[in-house]
Design a protein around this ligand. Structure first.
Ligand SMILES: Cc1ncc(COP(=O)(O)O)c(C=O)c1O
Length: 477
């Protein structure tokens, strides 16, 4: 039988700085027992525990306990311990089980519906079969084995990793130095840091848009303003200008390439116009480049950061392209923004996972990322083309879709006569989940459809799911 847990007691020397003596222990425990702070029947700390904690000899503690026994305040039981004596006829009091008050929670910021084994047609992750687990494992082993003394974490991120990221960005025409980068836990964390650190309280973003950003911004007290995005018609720049002039947001958050969920990419004219609006109206810009590196050529678009200069915040992430569980991304800012961003990061997580940061750095420096992307992009290109082929061959007339040519997702838009909730139910009956909901929209949905992810599933499985979808849509029209 395991021994009863012992109670925590307070013992200190009567004279500060002097070693605790037996009389100090006797006085302290006698006072706490008489005061009812240590209940009858409770087990006192074992001799060896007090001996080590107070840095005194075993004999001193034993002498104190012997004295407490002599005074009738405690009893010593062989192999069980020393217990506070229970007065005659007084049963050991049973402590009433009290429960501390629970926290009152707000409604969950984000709720994600379980898929319950359904084939997920809207999934924007890359097929795990295509990800370089073995090479990543090698890099982790290398940094843990021969990395020399493990440095302490760096709140801004492992400096050589920041240097390697900056070099890649410069290769895309984006001005970047290691000092301008803060490494984050995926780009969601980069969004979190900006939301924490910025002073302004109004953020404008595309509607529809990336759905986890809105609850995040709101949780920090930001008001979110929608900029309507029609992926089939392009951006209504005059409409956006009117909204921005009226709302004067502190920040415009834009996914300029392979926008989630529509797959839309801004034209160079739209990017230049957004920079002009920013300069004229004083709203800062933040570009989320999440979909770059997925599909060949997808990384060489003129970005908002490249066009608008160092003041534009730029986010990207390795999590989708390397391993979702790696959770590494970054925000590229400029010198003026770094203290606020690093301060926010310290306040929330102190620093990131340095082992993973070092392993990613190793992965980049060995050239594994470039070779991985080259083979990955060939496979993703094939899946994207197959997806387009199946849509063209099987979807009824009046169904339309975007053709992003990059990133992991396109938008499938259906005639208004198709009831999306009913379609979702029919697809669930076929074991397939579609995202036909309003969660990507700030208000009333302006489009009538959902995203299709073509990076997650092998071609055969994707084609079967799309054909099933086409059959259901056809039946409903
Ligand atoms: C547009 C966009 N930005 C950011 C993220 C966050 O991704 P992560 O934190 O994995 O980098 C996502 C995730 O899907 C996204 O779609």
């Amino acid at each position: 039988m395991s021994k009863a847990p012992w109670v925590a007691v307070h013992v200190s020397s009567a004279e500060p700085g002097r070693r605790v003596g037996a009389s100090d222990i006797v006085d302290a425990l006698a006072q706490q027992i008489r005061g009812g702070h240590v209940p009858h029947g409770a087990r006192l700390p074992p001799v060896r525990v007090l001996e080590r904690r107070l840095g005194i000899s075993k004999n001193t503690v034993q002498a104190a306990y012997d004295e407490l026994v002599a005074r009738g305040l405690v009893v010593s039981r062989e192999r069980e311990g020393v217990f506070v004596a229970v007065p005659q006829g007084d049963p050991v009091p049973q402590r009433r089980a009290l429960h501390a008050a629970p926290v009152t929670w707000a409604a969950p910021l984000v709720v994600s519906e379980p898929l319950r084994g359904l084939f997920d047609l809207g999934n924007v992750f890359i097929d795990p079969q295509l990800l370089p687990r073995e090479r990543l494992a090698e890099c982790h082993r290398a940094v843990l084995r021969d990395g020399g003394p493990m440095p302490f974490y760096d709140a801004q991120g492992y400096p050589p990793l920041r240097a390697a990221i900056a070099e890649r960005l410069r290769g895309r025409g984006i001005e970047a130095e290691a000092d301008d980068i803060v490494v984050t836990v995926g780009s969601q964390h980069a969004l979190d840091l900006v939301a924490r650190a910025m002073a302004g309280r109004v953020v404008a973003t595309e509607d529809p848009g990336y759905r986890y950003v809105v609850p995040l911004l709101r949780s920090f007290g930001h008001r979110v303003v929608g900029l309507p995005l029609d992926p089939f018609g392009g951006i209504d720049l005059e409409g956006w200008a009117r909204i921005l002039e009226h709302e004067r947001p502190a920040l415009v958050y834009a996914t300029t390439s392979f926008h989630n969920p529509t797959g839309y990419s801004y034209t160079s004219h739209e990017i230049a116009a957004l920079v002009e609006l920013s300069a004229r109206l004083g709203c800062a810009l933040m570009e989320d480049d999440w979909g770059s590196d997925m599909l060949s050529g997808s990384e060489y678009r003129p970005s908002l950061r490249a066009t608008g200069g160092r003041g534009v915040l730029y986010l990207n992430s390795f999590t989708k392209k390397l391993l979702p569980s790696l959770r590494l991304g970054f925000v590229l800012a400029d010198a003026a923004a770094i203290p606020a961003l690093v301060g926010a990061k310290r306040a929330s997580v102190l620093g990131g996972n340095l082992v993973s940061e070092m392993a990613l750095c190793e992965f980049l420096e060995r050239g594994y990322y470039d070779t991985h992307l080259a083979t990955l992009q060939v496979e993703l290109d094939a899946r994207y083309q197959a997806c387009l082929d199946v849509l063209r061959a099987s979807m009824p007339a009046l169904v339309r879709w975007t053709t992003p040519g990059g990133g992991p997702t396109l938008w499938l838009d259906l005639p208004r006569s198709v009831d999306l909730a009913a379609l979702r139910g029919r697809m669930v009956n076929r074991g397939i989940a579609i995202e036909a909901g309003a969660s990507n929209f700030l208000g009333e949905p302006t489009l009538h459809g959902f995203r299709i992810g073509y990076a997650r599933h092998p071609i055969d499985a994707l084609a079967r799911a799309l054909e099933a979808l086409a059959a259901e849509v056809g039946a409903m029209l």
